[in-house]
Design a binder for this molecule. Structure first.
Ligand code: CA
Length: 226
């Protein structure tokens, strides 16, 4: 996967490059905002890591220009800024995720895997499991071709589970997809959403893995009566 790294600190850039290449990415390092913007069209990255504090063009401005032509290009921002405003602003202008410096490499890789997975499912647009069709483009869900009415958060929970079917999603993983940074989350909120979803979905579609989280039951037999 082609990754564009826009980071002006040469030491950090080279350390990140080494680690990312080792992780299997094809990396193009850009040491300024201008270089980064040029590389968008010459290198055609599939994923971008963008430092907010750049010497020539501010990172949020780079992000704004990036979004004009590349609305879906997954972008993680790196920030040394600790103010909430900067993070909110970066998310508002279209960052998919952010990491505060200093960060752990393992955490960066984990975030990149999430974006890469989202990228691969976005290309297919629809996920169909046992008669449940989740349309990522239209953001709708159908059960045996009948539309289901879901709240936005129920949709997000179901999307997280269906995108990762066959793998267990912990409550923390689902919460991280559902709530913005700093949002208050009730302790049983995910349980409530799952319980409401179960009333609308075939029995046994969402399995509870005790002590771990939830997964989509792929062994469920399709019921012809629906
Ligand atoms: Ca910097």
């Amino acid at each position: 996967m082609k990754l564009l790294l826009i980071e002006d600190d040469p030491m950090l850039s080279s350390a990140l490059c080494k680690a990312l290449i080792h992780e299997g990415f094809v990396v193009h390092p850009a040491l300024s905002g201008r270089e980064g913007i040029e590389a968008l069209s010459s290198f055609k990255p599939e994923i971008v890591i963008l430092d907010l504090g750049l010497p020539d063009i501010d990172g949020t401005e780079v992000l704004k220009r990036l979004r004009v032509k590349h609305i879906d290009l997954p972008t993680i921002i790196l920030t040394a800024r600790h103010s909430i405003d900067d993070k909110v602003n970066a998310l508002d202008v279209g960052a998919d995720d952010y990491l505060e410096k200093p960060f752990d490499m393992a955490e960066l890789f984990a975030r990149l895997r999430v974006l890469a997975r989202r990228l691969s499912t976005t290309k297919t647009n629809k996920i169909c499991i046992k008669g449940v069709i989740l349309d990522l483009a239209a953001q709708t869900v159908h059960l045996h071709l009948q539309p289901l009415t879901l709240t936005r958060r129920e949709y997000m929970v179901l999307k997280a589970l269906m995108e990762n079917s066959g793998r267990v999603q912990t409550k923390d993983m689902i919460e991280s997809k559902l709530y913005g940074w700093g949002e208050e989350i009730g302790s049983n909120t995910i349980e409530v959403h799952v319980s409401n979803l179960r009333k609308k979905l075939p029995a046994g579609f969402i399995r509870t893995i005790r002590g771990l989280g939830y997964t989509i039951n792929q062994d469920l037999k399709s019921s012809p009566s629906h």
